[in-house]
Design a protein around this ligand. Structure first.
Ligand SMILES: Nc1nc2c(ncn2[C@@H]2O[C@H](COP(=O)(O)OP(=O)(O)OP(=O)(O)O)[C@@H](O)[C@H]2O)c(=O)[nH]1
Length: 559
């Protein structure tokens, strides 16, 4: 069929009854004008028809449309029952149209027609029309399409009409010839090949590539309804069967969710590596076969390994433990404990390991289970040497008198309670001395507090150097000192007290930096199993000390 054949004459109209639909739809013109308008429409080369989608009946067709539908008379076409010839795909497509037309939408799509042996692709503009009974009909203007394919190609195009995959056909210059509804919906307003791609330069290169290669597949960022989406793109070179000119087919589907997932995985993998590398704890990840999966630089540093951590990957962890055990104060214990933990597969944190060089490491062991399946284990080593020293320092400070360096009242209480318990439960003996400087107030008042402090320090040093290791000298108050003497009877302690008393007096005389000398009074008592509280023994020591003061100072008294 050619367009020339379709030239209508006004005669055609004489034996046709124009439907009154046209009146309401087109111009709302007076009835007398119907025939003139219909005659005008018959003169169009463009086929125009009105189709009742619900009843599957034709309501109007101009002369060009009659030829397209291969009808000899309009009446024959209006009487035609389309339900018997309409394919299921076409019925579904039209069923999609109905609500859209009812909403007033104008739908532009390609439709294929097969009059005789011919295949015609028309760009159909489908608009809503109100029919006589008030229902919505479809007014179709079949405009010429750029595409000229043979019948089988058009049928192939029809077949891809219902796929969610986007299919577009371009000519050799990248101008759009036809696209299926999925592509049409995604690319409204975009009609060139390069406009489909976010990267136009890449589109240019692809066109050139297709001149050399018959097909090419890629993943690219494409433009879809003004947004950018990742698509898998299949490009295939073809030839227009009529003109012999090159064209190519592009099939696309959305892979954005997969790409997003891949990106997220890549980012989190990289982030994980950065985190592992940046950690200042030594980290070693083993698989269930006890092979190293990951180690970080901090791990190598802790064990003095002079290889980059990547070189440990794949190494047998049992061998690694054997070769590093020499770093530990108890090498065999280190290896044995690792094997125990692995056998138990129970999380273990804060395992303290003493190193041969005096450092302390804290070890955490975590078995790795994914969905109840064992996948190896994670070892984390942390150097806590500084922390340990700090803690020891704090503990010492908390229990030490800052002026003299002797144990303070808190330590004295703890030690005295412990000794009292031993005396009670183990029937051993212990003594307590209370030492008080004589007339210390006068020294302070005449020479000042700072000079007085020198005296206190001298007394503390004398106690420290004169007593046994097992004795505990403490500064329990201003110028009041106590000495706990485990394993000693009050009588034995009395002898020691006298010796101390003399040594203190001599020390004050010998000390060149001390501008005064002093004596002390000492009260002596013994811990008794019957003492309910340590205050009892302290009171006796206190009483003995006051007795010594009372008796003239510079002496020892026993309670
Ligand atoms: N320099 C110095 N003096 C202290 C410190 N703690 C207490 N003192 C002083 O020690 C003196 C204790 O005096 P008292 O307990 O009254 O008795 P005393 O002068 O030692 O006389 P007797 O104990 O009766 O022999 C007071 O002057 C206190 O201020 C201290 O940390 N440094």
């Amino acid at each position: 069929m050619t367009r020339d054949e379709s030239t209508p004459t006004t005669d055609t109209l004489d034996h046709r009854k124009g439907p009154s639909d046209i009146v309401t739809t087109f111009h709302n013109a007076p009835q007398t004008a119907i025939r003139d308008q219909a005659a005008l429409l018959d003169r169009l080369h463009t086929p125009v028809w009105i189709f009742d989608i619900e009843q599957e009946r034709m309501h109007y067709a101009n002369a060009a449309a009659l030829r397209l539908w291969e009808a000899t008379t309009p009446q024959a076409l209006y009487a035609r029952d389309f339900s018997s010839t309409m394919s299921e795909a076409t019925r579904r497509r039209l069923a999609d149209y109905l609500p859209r037309l009812a909403r007033g939408e104008v739908i532009d799509e390609h439709w294929s027609f097969y009059p005789g042996e011919e295949a015609i692709s028309l760009h159909c503009r489908c608009s809503p029309v109100v029919m006589n009974d008030g229902r919505t009909g479809m007014l179709v203007e079949g405009m010429e399409s750029d595409i000229s394919l043979d019948a089988s190609s058009l049928r192939a195009l029809e077949a891809i009409r219902h796929t969610p995959m986007m299919v577009s056909v371009f000519d050799g210059q990248g101008r759009l010839l036809v696209r299926n509804p999925a592509a049409l919906e995604a690319r409204q307003g975009l009609s060139s090949f390069d406009a489909c791609f976010a990267d136009h330069a890449m589109a240019e290169q692809l066109l050139q590539r297709l001149e050399r290669e018959p097909r090419h597949a890629l993943e690219a960022i494409m433009r879809v309804n003004g947004r950018e989406r990742w698509h898998h793109v299949d490009l295939c070179r073809a030839t227009d069967p009529k003109t012999g000119l090159p064209m190519f087919v592009m099939g696309e589907f959305d892979i954005t969710p997969r790409k997003a997932l891949e990106t997220a995985r890549r980012v989190s993998q990289r982030q994980l590596e950065v985190v592992i590398e940046g950690l200042d704890v030594g980290l070693l990840l083993e698989d269930e076969e006890r092979r190293v999966i990951v180690a970080n630089q901090a791990f190598c540093d802790l064990f003095g390994l002079e290889v980059p951590p990547e070189q440990l990957v794949g190494m047998d962890c049992r061998e690694a433990a054997e070769s590093t055990k020499g770093h530990f104060a108890e090498p065999e214990g280190f290896v044995t404990r690792i094997e125990e933990l692995v056998a138990e597969r129970r999380k273990q944190t804060r395992d303290l390991l003493a190193m041969a060089d005096g450092r302390f490491l804290e070890r955490s062991y975590t078995p790795l289970f994914v969905a109840d399946e064992y996948h190896g284990h994670l070892w984390v080593y942390r150097d806590i040497t500084r922390q340990r020293h700090q803690e020891a320092d704090w503990a010492r400070k908390a229990s030490t008198d800052p002026l003299t360096g002797l144990a303070n009242r808190r330590s004295f209480d703890e030690a005295a309670r412990s000794i009292a318990r031993s005396v009670k439960e183990e029937a051993c003996q212990a003594a307590l001395l209370m030492i008080d400087i004589d007339r210390f107030k006068a020294i302070n008042d005449t020479l000042g507090h700072a000079e007085g402090d020198k005296g206190l320090r001298l007394l503390a040093n004398t106690l420290r150097h004169s007593l046994r290791q097992s004795d505990l000298p403490c500064r329990t108050g201003g110028e009041e000192f106590m000495v706990i003497m485990p394993g000693m009877s009050p009588e034995e302690a009395r002898t020691v007290a006298w010796r101390l008393l003399r040594q203190i007096a001599e020390a004050t005389i010998e000390a060149e930096t001390l501008p005064f000398y002093f004596t002390v009074s000492i009260g002596v008592t013994g811990f008794k199993p019957t003492d309910a509280r340590i205050e009892a023994v302290m009171q006796r020591a206190d009483a003995a000390m006051y007795q010594a003061k009372h008796e003239g100072r510079n002496r020892v008294a026993v309670h």
